[in-house]
Design a protein around this ligand. Structure first.
Ligand SMILES: C[S@@+](CC[C@H](N)C(=O)[O-])C[C@H]1O[C@@H](n2cnc3c(N)ncnc32)[C@H](O)[C@@H]1O
Length: 303
């Protein structure tokens, strides 16, 4: 039998075109995973080029190529600038962030990310952290659970789900995925797979503080990029995409346009948007790789 594929990179050609790689440049892959995007970057770098790759999941280290130009940073990308300084790369030519979890993480039953398997209700990308999905459902208040299921999972009956978890959690075990699904079967609305996929997405975002880490990452782009340097971000749900879109356009995360009736505030956003609309995978890629279907790529350049 052939080895299972760790991860198939999404929008590979589009990312390479967008980054416009300088052969002697310094590049950062914030989400190394199986190294699909990194591998393509390396092909375009010459002997002077450098690639610094981040992944908070220790499993990704196995995929790091034996190449002097590559530095692996086994930490959260929210510490981008700190680790770039540590590795003497204060200004970089390009950055890629391909957000979310890898197929490898989904396919490993014991990581607890997938509703297809049984395993501990875990969902940590970084196993050094103590908070798991199980600690979230057993320690959060009903209001906190309600909010996260509503905002991060768009679960239709988020309030009922939160209330039921709180009612049952002292008497029913919810340690494993099977326990959790079984305990909550009476609150499921519509297709159970779709329902639990939304519940799991919400828990995963919370456990890994995905939106918090993304905000911190975005805020560091203007100070770590060289003038003319580019950043490419691939998102997989609307909450992430909105943060990227607003930050690229306005340099902040506000939804509302700032009104300036007297036209006195002159503000130049720190990045220039290259992709006015997000780039989405072509039909051929969507057919071959169903995971790519929700992907959106946005690219910006440092002024
Ligand atoms: C979608 S996969 C990236 C796949 C990669 N582009 C490839 O071609 O194989 C996302 C990876 O980023 C890592 N990751 C997600 N959020 C992270 C964060 N905040 N800090 C560091 N790594 C993160 C995950 O552990 C996972 O391995």
């Amino acid at each position: 039998m052939s080895e299972p594929v760790y991860h198939v990179p999404v929008l590979l050609q589009e990312v390479m075109d967008g980054l416009n790689i300088r052969p002697q440049g310094v590049y950062v892959d914030c989400t190394f995973g199986g190294g699909g995007h990194s591998k393509e970057i390396l092909k375009r770098l010459n002997g002077q080029g450098r690639l610094i790759v981040f992944d908070q999941d220790a499993d990704a280290k196995e995929n790091v190529p034996d190449d002097d130009r590559v530095t692996f940073v086994p930490h959260n990308f929210r510490h981008l600038q700190r680790f770039l300084r540590l590795h003497k790369a204060t200004a970089v030519d390009g950055i890629i962030a391909d957000l979310g979890v890898s197929s490898h993480q989904f396919d490993e039953a014991e990581r607890g990310f997938s509703i297809r398997f049984d395993g501990e209700l875990d969902m940590r990308m970084d196993k050094r952290q103590t908070q798991t999905a199980h600690t979230v459902i057993t320690t959060y208040s009903e209001q906190q659970l309600h909010k996260l299921f509503e905002q991060y999972g768009e679960v239709t009956n988020a309030k009922t789900l939160a209330r039921t978890i709180v009612q049952l959690r002292n008497t029913r075990s919810m340690k494993t995925i099977a326990n959790f699904k079984e305990a909550l079967h009476s609150v499921v609305k519509g297709n159970p797979n779709r329902y639990f996929a939304q519940v799991f997405q919400a828990l995963r975002i919370e456990v890994n503080d995905e939106l918090g880490a993304l905000k911190e990452l975005l805020q560091q782009f203007p100070s770590v990029l060289k003038p003319g340097g580019r950043v490419a971000v691939i998102t997989f749900h609307s909450l992430e995409d909105r943060l990227v879109k607003n930050f690229f356009k306005k340099g902040n995360f506000e939804e509302e346009e700032q009104h300036d009736p007297f036209g006195q505030i002159s503000f130049t956003p720190p990045l220039t948007v290259i992709t006015k609309k997000p780039v989405i995978p072509a039909e051929a890629e969507r057919q071959i790789n169903p995971r790519s279907r929700s992907a959106k790529l946005r690219i910006a350049e440092k002024l």
